[in-house]
Design a protein around this ligand. Sequence first.
Ligand code: G5P
Ligand code: MG
Length: 228
Amino acid sequence: MYVRSDPIMISKVFKAVILGAPGSGKGTISERIVRDFGLAHLASGDLLRSHVSKQTALGKEAKKYIENGQLVPDVLMVDLISEELKKLQGSNWLLDGFPRTASQAKTLHGKQPVDVVINLDVPAEVIVDRIKGRWTHLASGRIYHTEFNPPKKAGIDDVTGEPLIQRADDNPETVRKRLETYAATMAPLVEFYKSVGILETFPGRETNQIWPKVYDFLSVRIKPKTMV
Ligand code: G5P
Ligand code: MG
């Protein structure tokens, strides 16, 4: 007698991108996505800051752009992210800060098409105030804010006990330039993902208002680890 075996489970890898202006809450929402959905988180800014801090050749090159509020050239970013994505083969992942231009998005789409693009739409006036209060743990990318989510002890990372830093590009002048750069480059990027049909925009002024909507959106696409 023929006994049917269990159906083969085809486990498809879930790939997501989070877009949004500087300070819109990409890192903050990403931390919650990692916590609740278990995706591996790859933040292009964290990777670059690690290269800058280690003074690698890429770090030395990227520093000039980052500190001027400009984008690091596409070719450097595509190489950096492609290498990192190779390490995540077989895992569900979330890209934060990459792609940043239509050209980066098209290259990524040709190599690793993503399933969803979460676009945070937060007004610029909210952002400028937020960034002033941000403190970062450089090694992990963990983010704090003096009022919104302060560390247990001022200036100290909750998990490692190491000192927190204020990012070199978080001064008001560079933040202004970063917002200008974003305004000049985001439209073709958003249009590209709209044309592919995978862009979902989440407008709002507060992360705590936006997050439940992102959670609901994701939870019909990937099984949550925990309930909100
Ligand atoms: P990054 O590192 O990708 P940005 O500029 O895109 O930098 P950033 O600044 O990291 O984005 P975010 O992640 O969107 O912002 O925001 P966040 O850190 O979660 O939140 C900001 C602060 O607000 C935090 O302190 C948080 O706690 C607080 N906060 C969150 N929600 C709320 C809220 O509801 N209320 C309040 N009061 N506070 C809240 O890129 C850096 C540079 O690297 C280069 C570029 O030079 C870029 O400028 N780069 C690239 N260049 C080319 N191509 C790429 N793909 C590149 N990627 C990076
Ligand atoms: Mg960030």
